[in-house]
Design a protein around this ligand. Sequence first.
Ligand code: C2E
Ligand code: MG
Ligand code: MG
Ligand code: MG
Length: 278
Amino acid sequence: KSKEKSGTHYHFFETEMSDRNMESILLENALYKALDNEELEIYYQPQIDSRSNTMIGVEALLRWNHPTEGMVSPVHFIPIAEETGLIIPIGRWVLINACKQLIEWHKLGHSSLCMSVNLSGRQFEEDNLVSMIEGILQELKLAPEFLHIELTENQIVKNTKVTMRKMKQLKELGVKIAIDDFGTGYSSLGYLKNFPIDALKIDKSFIQDVVEDNDNAAITNTIITLAQNLKLNVIAEGVETEEQLEFLLSRNCTIMQGFFFSRPIKAEELTKKYLLKF
Ligand code: C2E
Ligand code: MG
Ligand code: MG
Ligand code: MG
């Protein structure tokens, strides 16, 4: 490689970097105002028990309606929210509003419906996480078992001791805990026996071509068996086709989530489509 060439590369790299920084700085500034400006909204995706064909829960998925950029994916803005600490007020807002929405659905007669909320590892670093959640549940008079927390393996591994302690406290409170995106993280299997976990969510990357790809089928089978042997619930995410549904059912994995049933949608739409009795 000539010096000249690497010089060019360096220059190119630098431009790319500063573009990216510029974009995230702009997003970061906008995110500070998003909560106050009511640009954040929670979408809800049904969790179905395919054996009885009933909705047993919903997952709250955050959306940011940016005034000029349109919908920004949580994949882009959650990392910024974590870096800036904005995930603390945003995460609290999600918890409060998702729980309020669940209570509305309970009032409509769907009194056993549960609410799954994604938490970031950063929220577990806050000393008051558990008392904050306890306070919300008490104030809204929602029984803790209706709230299901989703955490990824990587978030647990980042700060194992502190996270583990708080997971135990949440569990004592009665809140349920699921490991999200299971199988994609860096954790060892050993932690499954020590952590107070209620459910594993099979990552959608394994479900995507579970019917065509033997490796993904093997991994999915293994996760289902692992969950069953450890007496954990198992939820398949990203179910898009009937073939995937049949595959999972034949393995006794009955709880599913995915576009086959419904995309994440607004609360009012979910109410109209699935929860109103005529
Ligand atoms: P996740 O918790 O694993 O959520 C599942 C993601 O898969 C969602 O993406 C959902 O829209 C998408 N999905 C559901 N069914 C299907 C399907 O059949 N096919 C495909 N291709 N995708 C499907 P989304 O809403 O973009 O969220 C991405 C991630 O952002 C979430 O992954 C979660 O980790 C994070 N996130 C979302 N809301 C929150 C929140 O309130 N707090 C935190 N900390 N993270 C959140
Ligand atoms: Mg999730
Ligand atoms: Mg997931
Ligand atoms: Mg994910």
